[in-house]
Design a protein around this ligand. Structure first.
Ligand SMILES: [Zn+2]
Length: 437
């Protein structure tokens, strides 16, 4: 996805790397920002952003696009009593029912939702136990159609037996080592400590090291994970060689401050998903002890990072975490830094040399925006509903809130058909037994 040149003219830039507000134009050439300023050369393609706000493209640090068709799906038994019951009744039943067409529909629908929230990059954690081989290629193709950068992996697990564990590992091979111009990268995925035997988690770590990529895994999401595993989770990953630099450890709700420090020392990342943590009632993360390299994810609850950040702020205020609003902007920006590491380019910045990824928002009337109040504006003022245009790699992929590369009406019709079929398959399946591994 390359272009000649594109000028974003007349906008007010909202910088997230160092919070500040600047009136300037942005010139993108061959997918990379080449100039920021005024009186820039005017190419054939121009987006008029006069009076509008310009944000760097946002990154969802931990997502599950396979759940995009889950909204409104029927609950078939009594409400879940705890997180393991939720996995058995809902999420593991959903992933077992996924096939190629439903996954593609999920990715297209979820991808359009991401663009409409100003997201240009998604770090995804994928599971579809009855469609393992080829699943990452399906996600990759669909997100490429929509116009999103992506960091993909398959959640390897022993939950379905050794053949499925081996297939999960093999699912990564097709995407490893490809030249993708910074649009697609792969990590080695693992579901969670408590569903992987020692030898499988060791293989995940070895494969990641050999490929020079990180591991993407759920760690300490629920309070029972450690008891099921029998040892501290991060220490176990380290013992098995799976605490690879650049790894992404999602949730970390029940990690001790020592374990959180161990993650940071290993050069790995944590991700925080406050809405999912509240939705699954897994407990409250010890945010005050989370390291600098913490990214913001959604855990599959759409891709609206404005809402995620707002929910996180309110929960942290209630929980007495003591963070300034600016810390939340850091989380938002760190997601882009993390994904940029995987994709081999600078994301989340409106400066020469960075990727030409940005969104243009309708201005929301109010007090003057400054670098000092930008973080508070994210909490109390900005909303995904204001996102009008999105540019990924210098290509306009959302125009007046409609995707330009896929037909939103066709995707909606496809998603409706596939959701009905998916929910039908779910109702034919019993709730999964939650075994240790
Ligand atoms: Zn997750």
């Amino acid at each position: 996805m390359r272009t000649d040149s594109l000028l974003i003219r007349g906008g007010t830039l909202l910088h997230l790397d160092t919070p500040r507000v600047e009136r300037a134009d942005v010139l993108i050439t061959d997918g990379i920002i080449t100039a920021v300023g005024t009186d820039l050369p005017v190419p054939a393609k121009v987006i008029d952003a006069d009076g509008a706000w310009v944000l760097p493209g946002l990154t969802v640090g931990h997502h599950h696009l396979y759940s995009a068709l889950a909204t409104g799906m029927p609950f078939l038994e009594a409400p879940a009593t705890d997180f393991s019951d939720m996995l058995a009744k809902v999420w593991w039943r959903l992933d077992e029912a996924l096939d190629e067409p439903s996954l593609r529909a999920s990715a297209l629908a979820g991808g359009i939702g991401a663009l409409r929230a100003g997201v240009t990059t998604v770090v995804d954690h994928h599971a579809s136990p009855n469609f393992i081989g080829g699943s990452l290629e399906t996600l990759d193709g669909a997100l490429d159609e929509v116009g999103l950068r992506r960091v993909l992996c398959y959640e390897v697990t022993d939950r379905g037996g050794p053949a499925r564990a081996a297939a999960g590992l093999a699912a990564h091979e097709g995407l490893l080592g490809r030249a993708t111009d910074g649009f697609s990268a792969v990590m080695i995925g693992a579901h969670a400590n408590f569903t992987l035997e020692d030898h499988t988690l060791a293989r995940v770590g070895a494969m990641a090291r050999e490929a020079g990529v990180g591991v993407h895994i759920h760690v300490g999401e629920a309070v029972g994970d450690r008891a099921l595993t029998g040892e501290p989770l991060v220490a176990r990953m380290r013992r098995l060689g799976a605490l690879v630099p650049g790894s992404v450890l999602a949730h970390g709700v029940h990690l001790s401050p020592d374990e959180l420090a161990m993650v940071a020392d290993a050069g790995a990342w944590l991700t925080h998903q406050p809405r999912s943590n509240m939705n699954n009632a897994v407990g409250y993360a010890k945010l005050a002890a989370f390291p600098q390299r913490t990214a913001l994810g959604t855990d599959g609850i759409g891709a609206d990072l404005f809402s995620e950040l707002q929910a996180g702020w309110f929960r942290a205020s209630e929980g007495g975490v003591g963070w300034f609003p600016s810390r939340w902007l850091e989380l938002l920006h760190q997601s882009s830094v993390m994904a940029g590491d995987k994709l081999g380019l600078q994301l989340g910045a409106l400066r020469p040399g960075a990727a030409g990824d940005l969104s243009i928002l309708d201005p929301i009337p109010g007090p003057p925006l400054t670098g000092d109040n930008l973080a508070a504006a994210f909490i109390f003022r900005l909303t995904a509903a204001a996102v009008r245009h999105v540019v990924t790699g210098g290509v306009q992929v959302l125009a007046d809130r409609m995707p330009t590369r896929v037909d939103a009406g066709e995707v909606d019709a496809l998603a409706q058909r596939q959701a009905a079929a998916l929910w039908g398959r779910m109702s034919d399946r019993p709730a999964q037994d939650l075994t240790r591994r």
